[in-house]
Design a protein around this ligand. Structure first.
Ligand SMILES: NC(=O)C1=CN([C@@H]2O[C@H](COP(=O)(O)OP(=O)(O)OC[C@H]3O[C@@H](n4cnc5c(N)ncnc54)[C@H](O)[C@@H]3O)[C@@H](O)[C@H]2O)[C@H](O)CC1
Ligand SMILES: [K+]
Length: 505
């Protein structure tokens, strides 16, 4: 008997395995179709490049290796230029780090660090500066640390009539706002020098600093939106996957909580959900949202409100067993006080909820996360996929949505197709998230994800909120798998959210 029993379990595990491999295969197939349909970006913003850079590291490629490759490709471009002098202006970020590598490969010239060694921001740049200092003792690399532009007057004097190469490794994709001193004066000085010395060749690393009139810019992986026409693109070993896989680079790009912020400025989320049949779903979504957002409201029917005495939520009660048309105006009125609405958790699927969802969305014009039963009751024949919406369907719900991949440009909403790997996409972006495990198939984890995305979406844009919500939810599940095996609950998941945010802050 026992033998038969074991045999049966073995067969079941195989079927499940097969199903999940089959579904996983379908996910990857869909992912590849989406990558074909959604035009790859040829030009990226500095913020997008910083995410790619960090996600290359998430995939295991050390930044110091990328820095080495970056410095090397710049060196390759300038090594044959005839010059009597080389001056490498370096900032205290990784752009400056690239400049240190250029100097090392050149084996000569003067490195001007604009700032002090102790202000160099990153490990990889600091290591490369240390190497330069070791070489400077013996070789013909000189190093100077400056605070103000006047400290390099002598260099500009000297370069007036010399064949020289100036390397701009001052600021790259980390630029923020107007150019500050002493960079501003140094850039102006170099531009003036170019006017009087035709034998001066100026090359910018990755991005031109301010309005520097470089003769050449060597940018990495992809052209940046802030590059000038003469920029050339060089590969430095960043794989395409760094652009497609969700990693900590996405989390680092989330809006940072401002220490001087006031209550409500870090997000206000309204959960509209629940019914006579399901009261837990909106509560799970609300608890997840409350880990990140300042204010969480729950609008639901009597049964849910009566069961809930959680001080963390502002409660809005409507009479009845299900949300219905008669509640639309009140819900719209309450939603005005919030940044985002999370719609559908525990709604139930019937004519009443169908009427509520379609009428509410017709009149609601702000951000919404649309989950679970709300996905099932939308009338997609008369529906506009607004960029203000994030959908979080599992496979069956995705089929309800009947997305036409041949008209992907119509899909302005962001969709998180949950699965072994989550696929996050909209008309212009597609990414895949690999965090998470089979423990997340339990009921309620979808409500947690919806609440999490709602809280992020309150103060970030749709796509990054969806990617980060999927990553955080999955990563929380992975931490729990290590601690408890598969026996963790949605409430455990919610309690893990702060740990994940702490790891990647
Ligand atoms: N993209 C890649 O794959 C690689 C890029 N690398 C290089 O790294 C820089 C980006 O480095 P990051 O540390 O993020 O920032 P920056 O060095 O560009 O700039 C930060 C630095 O500049 C100061 N700063 C910022 N804005 C201003 C301003 N308006 N005025 C004055 N100073 C400013 C800030 O305080 C910092 O000190 C990228 O461009 C590449 O060159 C990797 O090394 C290789 C892989
Ligand atoms: K630069």
């Amino acid at each position: 008997m026992l033998k038969h029993y074991i045999c049966l379990i073995y067969i079941i595990i195989n079927i499940v395995e097969e199903f999940s491999i089959k579904f996983c295969g379908e996910i990857m197939e869909l992912f590849n179709i989406l990558k074909e349909k959604i035009k790859e970006k040829e030009v990226v913003t500095p913020k997008e490049m910083a995410i790619i850079d960090d996600n290359a590291e998430f995939l295991g490629i050390p930044k110091i290796l990328l820095m080495e490759n970056a410095g090397k490709v710049v060196y390759e471009e300038i090594k044959d230029i005839e010059a009597e002098e080389y001056v490498i202006f370096c900032g205290t970020g990784n752009n400056g780090g690239d400049g240190f590598v250029v100097a090392r490969h050149l084996g000569k010239g003067e490195v001007v660090l604009i700032g002090k060694e102790g202000e160099i921001k990153t490990y990889e740049a600091r290591e490369n500066f240390k190497i330069l200092k070791n070489l400077a003792e013996f070789g013909n690399i000189k190093i100077r640390e400056i605070r103000i532009a006047e400290e390099v007057e002598d260099i500009f004097e000297r370069l007036k009539d010399k064949k020289a190469v100036v390397v701009d490794a001052m600021i790259g994709t980390g630029v923020k706002g107007e150019l500050r001193e002493p960079f501003k004066t140094i850039v102006n000085k170099i531009n003036e020098l170019k006017k009087i010395n035709k034998d001066l060749f100026v090359v910018s690393v990755d991005v031109e600093t301010g309005n520097l009139e470089s003769d050449l810019t060597i940018t990495f992986y992809k052209r940046k939106t802030i590059n000038k026409e003469n920029a050339i693109v060089k590969e430095i070993g960043i794989p395409k996957e760094a652009e497609y896989v969700v990693g900590w680079g996405d989390l680092k790009a989330l809006r940072k909580r401002d220490s001087r912020s006031h209550k409500g400025q870090n997000g206000k989320v309204l959960i509209i959900g629940g019914s006579r049949d399901f009261f837990g779903a909106p509560i799970l979504a609300g608890l997840a949202a409350s880990k990140i957002a300042d204010l969480v409201g729950i609008l639901s029917v009597d049964d849910v409100v009566d069961k809930l005495n959680n001080p963390e939520f502002i409660m809005y009660r409507v009479e009845g067993d299900y949300l219905s048309s008669k509640h639309v105006d009140y819900a719209l009125d309450v939603a005005k006080k919030y940044d985002v609405v999370v719609l559908g958790n525990g709604f139930g699927v019937n004519d009443e909820t169908k009427a509520f969802v379609n009428e509410f969305l017709l009149k609601y014009d702000k951000k919404a996360v649309i989950d679970a039963d709300a996905i099932k009751v939308i009338d997609y024949n008369n529906f506009k996929f607004s960029e203000n919406y994030v959908f979080t369907p599992h496979r069956k719900e995705f089929e309800y949505m009947n997305i036409d991949l041949n008209n992907i440009e119509e899909i302005k909403s962001t969709i998180v197709l949950k699965g072994k790997y989550d696929i996050i996409f909209n008309a212009n972006n597609v990414k895949i998230n690999k965090t998470g495990n089979a423990g997340l198939t339990k009921g309620g984890t979808g409500d947690v994800l919806a609440g999490l995305i709602g809280a992020l979406f309150a103060v970030n844009d749709a796509f990054i909120s969806a990617c980060c919500g999927a990553f955080i939810n999955g990563y929380a599940g992975d931490l729990l798998l290590k601690e408890k095996g598969y026996c963790f609950t949605p409430l455990d998941l919610i309690e893990k959210i702060p740990n994940v945010l702490k790891i990647f802050e």
